[in-house]
Design a protein around this ligand. Structure first.
Ligand code: ADP
Length: 391
């Protein structure tokens, strides 16, 4: 690629030859490619074909006025940054130019460093605008992909339920079909309905987390009690799967600064996964500790483990390991994605260590809550809250 193709482009539109020449020189010295035009009509043609990052335009020109150039440049591409230069600067014209779409205003005559400063600021604004636009495009593509995927995920169990009910209707018409056979088809329907319910549930939780609806509250939460409650809820499920649940939690509370419901979602998900992807006679051990302003909770299982090549994708939405354990176990592939989002919103991290055939350990680190008096020399809860909000 030639150098000019990689250089960032700035267009100068001014009827004053000396001004075009000196602006061009300053811009070239800054490492930019500069194209100059002597009036608005030619300048707009140039902008339409060259699509520059920045346009420097004089307000007073014969023919198309500078103000009109500003609005027409933005019709071509709203992300182009426009800087106005004029020898007839008044507050009113400056305000009008900015209202019309100019980013900055430089009265003539000006020093080279003044132009350099404004051009650099303008280019920075242009890069941010391009980045924001790209982000918007990525988000909308993601949403479209997400909608397609979700409709597929919803339709698959519905089609299956429809087929099972057809079979059941057929069986109903035959007199000698044993009751157990009918129950088998009913059970299949119920399993598929459970799958639908968890998908809809996870999907709603994700929508709430992404909409910032779940994790706004920041209060003192005792993780010790959250985790003990979850372990109690799953005693029956673990027993059915012949999995032993163990808790190695300290006698004192493990306070963090967060939202109780969200934290329950995280540990509920990690603990159910540790049971779901376990082996008969396996164990799930949840341990907790606090040190250096941080609470660490580790959920360890002796289950099937996660292959190394899958670990980088584990927290992506809808990711599921393609192994026998996942095929046999219903799941949506959303739980870890949701958990990671919640934990990072609360200023924490979530990591996994795993060995195929031997089990996995998910470690969650969260900023500990500390008494305001203890915050002496350390980061206070209020400051920590402000930092988290800025993320
Ligand atoms: P789900 O369990 O609903 O499929 P998750 O997002 O919670 O979704 O997990 C994503 C995938 O990661 C699971 O499908 C499974 O393949 C794998 N996984 C999660 N936790 C474990 C675990 N403790 N042991 C083995 N594999 C796991």
């Amino acid at each position: 690629m030639s150098e000019s193709a990689t250089q960032e482009l700035a267009v100068v539109i001014d009827d004053d030859y000396t001004m075009r020449l000196s602006c061009g020189k300053i811009l070239t010295k800054m490492g930019l490619r500069a194209e100059t035009f002597e009036d608005g009509a030619r300048g707009l043609e140039g902008v339409a074909t060259l699509k520059p990052s920045l346009v420097i335009v004089d307000l007073k020109m014969p023919g198309i006025s500078g103000m009109e150039v500003i609005s027409r440049v933005h019709e071509i591409d709203p992300q182009i940054t426009i800087v106005v230069i004029t020898g007839y600067a008044t507050i009113d014209t400056a305000v009008e130019a900015v209202r019309t779409g100019a980013y900055d205003f430089l009265p003539k005559p000006f020093l080279p460093e003044e132009l350099r400063l404004i051009v650099n600021r303008g280019l920075e604004r242009h890069h941010l605008a391009v980045e924001a636009k790209q982000h918007e495009i990525d988000q909308s593509m993601l949403k479209r992909r997400f909608a397609t995927f979700i409709s597929h995920q919803l339709r698959t169990p519905l089609v299956a339920i429809h087929q099972y009910l057809d079979v059941l209707r057929h069986l109903e018409q035959e007199n000698d079909v044993p009751r157990a056979k009918r129950h088998e088809w009913l059970d299949r329907c119920l399993t598929r309905i459970d799958e639908l319910q968890s998908l809809i549930g996870d999907w709603l939780t994700l929508a709430q987390v992404e909409g910032g609806m779940l994790s706004k509250e920041r209060v003192k939460v005792d993780l010790n009690s959250v985790i003990s409650g979850i372990l109690k809820t799953y005693e029956g499920t673990a027993l059915e799967k012949k999995v032993t649940l163990q808790a190695h939690l300290p006698d004192n509370s493990l306070y963090v600064w967060g939202d109780r419901n969200c934290l329950s979602v995280v540990f509920d998900n990690l603990i159910t996964n540790a049971i779901k992807y376990n082996k008969p006679d396996g164990t799930v051990t949840v341990s907790g500790s606090q040190s250096r302003g941080e609470v660490v909770i580790a959920v360890a299982d002796s289950g099937v483990g996660i292959p190394e090549k899958c670990r980088p994708f584990l927290f992506e939405e809808f990711f599921r390991v393609r192994d026998d354990a996942s095929k046999k176990t219903p799941g949506t592939g959303l739980g870890l994605h949701i958990s990671k989002k919640i934990v990072s919103e609360m200023g924490g991290t979530i990591e996994v260590e795993s060995e195929v055939g031997f089990g996995s350990t998910f470690s969650v680190r969260l900023p500990a809550w500390c008494e305001p008096a203890e915050a002496n020399g350390e980061q206070s809860n209020a400051r920590r809250e402000a930092n988290i909000d800025r993320r």
